[in-house]
Design a protein around this ligand. Structure first.
Ligand SMILES: N[C@@H](CCC(=O)N[C@@H](CS)C(=O)NCC(=O)O)C(=O)O
Length: 215
């Protein structure tokens, strides 16, 4: 199926970036925009909800088809397009990738993106200041999530072993954004497993477009 791939959402979204990374890794040509037929969408408006009933981003539009939920979109793209596989064929290894993709999308995203990074991106304190009490409150859970991810990485190059999978595409934008926060050097010190991993992910050609776009 050669229809155009449209990632519905703004490119600053970590989950949109995950889908972009999958497209880049597979060599899929795509466009990323939060609009339909030239009409900008708003979160939860009628058109948005047609593509994502829960009003989240991203959704994928591929010809007449549409898919929502990041991990599902990544698996759909992997199964539909040629290019390097982003999931193992062995069923147990595939289960490991799926469980990590789910855990990263739910628990790690909640602690790192929703409860921590968003405070920096959209500060809600007086006069638009970052609420440092909220940051301090959220930090132990960020550290706990990072220690779980670090343990899973161990000596491996990737989150689920020796091959790049779509779970890496889900993890990378979160760590990439986290590395730009004021306490990043204590959360992810230089030469740590996590920082080395992030540097490896940033060095991949897929990072050039997917981790730098700001629309
Ligand atoms: N479970 C969803 C989560 C998607 C999600 O939370 N996306 C964020 C942007 S990164 C969003 O839609 N935020 C807007 C909101 O929650 O209202 C997925 O994996 O795709």
């Amino acid at each position: 199926m050669s229809a155009k791939v449209h990632i519905l959402g703004p490119t600053f979204s970590s989950f949109v970036r995950s889908v972009m990374l999958c497209c880049e890794e597979k060599g899929i040509s795509y466009e990323t925009k939060f609009e339909i037929d030239g009409q900008p969408l708003s979160l939860n408006d009628e058109t948005h909800l047609q593509y994502h009933p829960f009003g989240k981003i991203p959704a994928l539009i591929h010809g007449e088809r549409s898919v929502f939920e990041t991990a599902t979109i990544c698996r759909y793209l992997d199964a539909t397009f040629d290019g390097p596989a982003l999931q193992p064929t062995d069923i147990y290894q595939r289960a490991e990738v799926d469980e990590w993709a789910a855990a990263l999308s739910i628990y790690v995203d909640k602690a790192i993106v929703r409860q921590y990074l968003l405070e920096f991106a959209f500060p809600k304190g007086p006069e638009g200041q970052v609420r440092l009490d909220k940051v301090t409150e959220a930090e132990p859970e960020v550290a706990r999530m990072l220690s779980i991810v670090e343990k899973q990485l161990g000596d491996n190059d990737f989150i689920c072993g020796s091959e790049y999978t779509y779970a890496d595409a889900i993890l990378t934008p979160m760590l990439d954004y986290l590395s730009g926060t004021p306490n990043a050097t204590s959360l992810m010190p230089n030469n740590s497993v996590l920082m080395d991993y992030l540097l490896r992910m940033r060095a991949r050609p897929s990072a050039v477009n997917a981790l730098t776009s700001d629309s």
